[in-house]
Write a protein of this length. Structure first.
Length: 305
């Protein structure tokens, strides 16, 4: 789980839902959500049944059973437009204004696993990007996580909140979502990053992504090429402060007098770091697998020139 929304040193609140049934999965929530009082039952409910396709919810198992048989998304794809399709992954773009109920339901469920997510009902100013895993038994795959972003962010944030649902965590899916958010930023020709401050888990996930991208950029550079932090930032669309944080985390920089400066990246250390952490030289998402209507895509510069 990655959560950019966390107030430092804020005491954790007890969940107001003891158990969630999502499809045929049983999940224990981590935090309270803002489900209606008639569902929560005043303070807490033992069981909440959530449709795995549309994320509608009820505290009554019979209503849940009936809904699952007639859910309009049972044999259909999630709402929105497909913007990415490659191998086992599909990502949709959903406008909160056009698909208000779906976005609200998704937000309410995600709040059970995000401690300070604050938008549940006023979803019209947000875009949502659910990640669909094709290997699911569902004909169109299963939504296993998502990220959202404001349509207009004054801070150029490319993510408002991001979550992989607990049953699918620890599979690298959060990294796929982060990579997709940065690729969309590239296509919009603007630098950005997650909404701050980051939670401890969020920071770990983003540091892992930044390190992997910096590794891939540097390994693609000529052995003797002089590269600045700005060069790395321009090539990856990761903000310069985050590039510096990644270099420090990897501990691959040496102070050594050379003709071009006094800071050198040790590529042997870089390779050793990547091998230790299982980082591949292959990109997390395929830039060519993004699908946009003609005119939506900006020309990309060749960062290797």
């Amino acid at each position: 789980m990655l959560s950019p929304h966390r107030t430092p040193n804020r005491p954790a609140l007890q969940p107001n839902v003891a158990n969630v049934v999502l499809g045929n999965l049983h999940i224990k929530p981590w935090y309270p959500s803002f489900y209606p009082e008639d569902i929560i039952g005043g303070r807490k409910t033992d069981w909440l049944y959530v449709c795995q396709w549309c994320f509608c919810y009820t505290s009554e198992i019979m209503k849940y059973s009936v809904h699952c048989k007639v859910c309009p998304l049972k044999d259909d794809a999630p709402p929105g437009e497909v913007i990415y399709e490659k191998d086992d992954f599909v990502i949709h773009e959903i406008d909160g204004e056009d698909h208000k109920l779906y976005a609200q339901n998704l937000s309410l469920l995600s709040k059970l696993f995000l401690d300070t997510k604050s938008v549940f009902f006023d979803v019209s100013t947000f875009l949502y990007y659910p990640l669909i895993l094709r290997s699911s038994p569902h004909p169109y795959g299963q939504v296993v996580g998502f990220f959202s972003k404001e349509k207009m962010s004054w801070d150029n944030n490319n993510v408002a909140c991001i979550l992989v649902f607990p049953p699918w965590q620890r599979r690298g899916l959060g990294q796929v979502l982060i990579a997709a958010s940065y690729e969309l930023g590239k296509r919009e020709e603007r630098f950005g990053g997650p909404e701050r401050p980051l939670s401890a888990l969020g920071k770990k996930g983003y540091i892992n992504y930044w390190c992997g991208e910096v590794f891939r950029f540097l390994m693609a550079c000529h052995l003797k090429r002089t590269v600045s932090v700005k060069d790395i930032s321009d090539g990856t669309y990761i903000m310069q402060d985050d590039v510096v944080a990644a270099l420090r985390e990897m501990d691959v920089v040496e102070k050594r007098k050379t003709a071009s400066g006094s800071i050198v990246v040790n590529k042997s250390k870089l390779r050793a770091w990547a091998e230790k952490h299982g980082i591949s030289a292959e990109p997390l998402v395929d830039a060519e697998a993004f699908i946009f209507e003609e005119g939506d895509e900006h020309e990309e510069s060749d960062d290797n020139d």
